[in-house]
Design a protein around this ligand. Sequence first.
Ligand SMILES: NC(=O)c1ccc[n+]([C@@H]2O[C@H](COP(=O)([O-])OP(=O)(O)OC[C@H]3O[C@@H](n4cnc5c(N)ncnc54)[C@H](OP(=O)(O)O)[C@@H]3O)[C@@H](O)[C@H]2O)c1
Length: 351
Amino acid sequence: MSSSQISVAVLGATGSVGQRFISLLDQHPWFKVVALAASDRSIGQPYAQACRWVLNDPMPEYARDMVVVPATPDSIHAKIVFSALPADLAKDLEPQFAQAGFAVCSNASSYRRADDVPLLLPEVNADHIQLVKRQRQQRGWSGCITTNPNCTSTGLTVALKALDDSFGVRKVFAVSMQALSGAGYPGVPSLDIHDNVIPNIGGEEDKVEWEPRKMLGKLDGNKVELADIGFSAHTNRVAVTDGHTVCVSVELSRPADPEAAARAMRDYHAPASARELPSTPRPVIEVRGEADRPQPRLDRLTGKGMTTVVGRIRRDPLLTLKFVVLSHNTIRGAAGGSIYNAELLVKENLL
Ligand SMILES: NC(=O)c1ccc[n+]([C@@H]2O[C@H](COP(=O)([O-])OP(=O)(O)OC[C@H]3O[C@@H](n4cnc5c(N)ncnc54)[C@H](OP(=O)(O)O)[C@@H]3O)[C@@H](O)[C@H]2O)c1
């Protein structure tokens, strides 16, 4: 490890999101993976043996022989831990890491709603990272917890941010078609999803109706004022490997035609502090003009899986406009998002 690199660990390293971390952290310019943690099932085994690798890219060489360790602060020596733990476990373990001085960048839902925990999409609300200071003061931690949103809220919120800045967003009606990898590994049984759509994902609609309001909210001193936007969401599981597609209708405060909305999204840039980081999406939003795009298989790897892809922007007969959003759920919606958050922590000298 070079002296300028920052040591990081992955908790839940063998799962659907954990594998994305292993892959995205290979050759990362700032971060060096020094520990991989998982459950009793995997502890003590070399990663290559413990993990049933399901990504298309081969398992990176650096990880193969690393021996999996317990997900406890005393088993790990690193500055940052990326958490891809199940939420019930994250609830207990993440504060232990933060108290022990680690910066926890979490994918789990456990602390997304806490007043003093930033729920971050750096290209949307990089300024909310300042909540970490209040968190440290209030909880007496030398470390911290930052979170990224649920994977369906991710692309949706990026697209809404561009519209909100230009026209104001009042109401959102959203219907998701969510990929299988969003359910973890092994996830949904094949006989349940083959030839099928499952019109319910436990707890998901509530997250999609709440999390964008925190991220689009204003940081007022030490607190985020939730955005005053009405949301209604339907969430569905479909037989797609990766990439969540969301059909969205919006009511805007100021008039906007489809061309103006497309321009606002194409011209949208991340806030200055989040613009030149290694994981910054380039572009933040890609707007496609074809009548049948975005599609998960064709478009999910746009901008290395970090770009939000929007298409079919058109007038909505009930509200103002409607469109389709696609975002890679385990890259922008999970591991890539956490890594982007960690880069922002470094940039803001908050490690
Ligand atoms: N998948 C997505 O697209 C997505 C997107 C956003 C957020 N998230 C969130 O990210 C987290 C991980 O999701 P996932 O889809 O990667 O789940 P997953 O595939 O089920 O993986 C769970 C991971 O947690 C480990 N684990 C389970 N019990 C443990 C224990 N007692 N101690 C230590 N490690 C333990 C597992 O290790 P073993 O293999 O050893 O059992 C595995 O590495 C969840 O909170 C999820 O809600 C997921």
